[in-house]
Design a protein around this ligand. Structure first.
Ligand SMILES: [Zn+2]
Length: 131
């Protein structure tokens, strides 16, 4: 094998790698936008992410809206765990509820964590079968 030509030299390879990285970043951005649009299109009750084990003092599971950046979300704002009944507007206002728990300060295991082993506080009627 002889000396590398200009099409295989260091600068060419670096420029090619940078071009591919920019293309990959663009594809990731598009994929994320599709995922976000799909999430926002779901009814709130279906898209809520529930805690694996943690519940509000009223008994409802803690949850958050993965589309919390959507201004139309009742859970709009910085990410925090909240009583799912409060988010869904079905909470009994005569009982005490756990306050909002910001992600930055509280570790709450999500039903989506592999280490939750399928545990969820999601009510069974929230899985799609309308009661
Ligand atoms: Zn509650």
């Amino acid at each position: 094998m002889g000396k590398l030509g200009p099409q295989q030299g260091y600068e060419f390879l670096i420029a090619s790698a940078e071009g591919l990285e920019a293309e990959a970043a663009e594809l990731r951005k598009k994929a994320t936008a599709i995922r976000e649009a799909e999430t926002k299109a779901k009814p709130l009750a279906d898209r809520l992410v529930y805690a694996a084990h943690s519940r509000c003092s009223c008994g409802a599971g803690l949850a958050y809206d993965p589309a919390h950046d959507d201004p139309t979300s009742p859970h709009h704002g910085p990410t925090f765990w909240d009583c799912s009944a409060i988010i869904l507007g079905t909470a009994d206002k005569s009982v005490k509820h756990t306050g909002r728990l910001p992600f930055a300060f509280y570790e709450v295991k999500s039903e989506g964590q592999p280490s939750a082993y399928g545990a969820t506080t999601r009510p069974s009627h929230a899985m799609g079968d309308v009661a």
